[in-house]
Design a protein around this ligand. Structure first.
Ligand SMILES: [Zn+2]
Length: 131
């Protein structure tokens, strides 16, 4: 079982060391900062989760430059940007209702299944253990 709190296709926000998320008092303030803060809090999709490494790959985040050789004739080689894996602790779930990064809680349904919810507003984030 994965110890990583995010799953593939989850919407997340990258919380970097430079991030001022913790200093924001509310989401209004956060959105204000969002306008100027290099799109730090723009939500992005999780492309891959690696439980062995404790890392995730997030769409458009942590881009690295790779030099690629053309694989086939007529194909252009050169420099491409690709997402590199980052530690899962660097990302937080994004709640579309709260419009900010949130912590998630687990709600246990009557049938015993688990649902992941936003701890702030209670909106369902996705089934627990969904694949
Ligand atoms: Zn919420």
């Amino acid at each position: 079982m994965s110890k990583i709190h995010v799953q593939k296709d989850d919407l997340v926000v990258v919380i970097s060391g430079k991030s001022n998320y913790k200093n924001a008092k509310n989401y209004k303030e956060l959105k204000e900062k969002n306008k100027t803060g290099k799109e730090l809090y723009k939500p992005a999709k999780v492309l891959e989760v690696s439980p062995e490494e404790g890392k995730v790959i997030v769409e458009g985040k942590n881009l690295v430059t790779k030099h690629v050789k053309p694989k086939r004739q007529g194909e252009a080689g050169g420099i491409v940007k690709a997402e590199a894996a980052m530690y899962a602790s660097k990302v937080m779930h994004y709640c579309e209702k709260c419009e900010m990064p949130v912590k998630i809680g687990v709600k246990i349904e009557e049938d015993g299944s688990k649902t992941r919810v936003c701890r702030k507003c209670g909106t369902e984030i996705g089934k627990y253990g969904r694949r």
